[in-house]
Design a protein around this ligand. Sequence first.
Ligand SMILES: Nc1ncnc2c1ncn2[C@@H]1O[C@H](COP(=O)(O)OP(=O)(O)OP(=O)(O)O)[C@@H](O)[C@H]1O
Length: 199
Amino acid sequence: MSGPLLRVEGLVAGYGRPVVGPVSLDVAPGDVVGLWGPNGCGKSTLLNAIADRADLLAGRILRMPGLVIAYQAQQPVRLPSMPVTGRELLRCADASLHDMPLAIDAVLRQRIDRLSGGQYQLLCVWAAIAGRADLILLDEPTNNLDPTREALLIEMLTPSRLARRDASGAQPRPDRGVLVVSHERRFLEDACSRMIEIP
Ligand SMILES: Nc1ncnc2c1ncn2[C@@H]1O[C@H](COP(=O)(O)OP(=O)(O)OP(=O)(O)O)[C@@H](O)[C@H]1O
């Protein structure tokens, strides 16, 4: 693979009217890129535009041909009644159970509507990270997480954990990228290879 997974050039995005931009950035294989900025500056809107959920009002978004994107929303949808287990949720997301942290393994048999906010958040992040996506978009993934689980999330985002293995299973390849939004600057400094500030 050569070239970036994603290239954003002079992007202005919004909902009928512009709320963010112009912004330019690249996400290359192996990158974990943080988007930081104050509440309301348009971080989620930028992710939404990349995931085709907001209006692209100027500029352009170039995606590697065949790029598979996983998108973790700021508030993962959870209805009052969802009689689905953690394991079934991961199966729907085509997420691997390989190398899964114990904290996630512990909730696999439970119904997702009975998980705590932090348990559900971490499960959803794993569903995005451990699936087949080449580019993973995470919006405020630390929501509801205690310090232990936040440290676990940082570990889940290390390049060696994100890398896919080749056919022999031996050689991890840095062929995936992550774009992560947070208003927590310290988390991004610890988790990301690079940060971009949205004014
Ligand atoms: N669906 C929508 N329709 C219209 N305006 C919206 C919509 N979603 C967000 N906005 C507006 O876009 C602006 C940017 O919101 P956005 O959620 O992208 O900011 P953010 O930087 O992610 O904020 P936060 O840190 O609080 O999550 C805000 O003024 C918000 O009111």
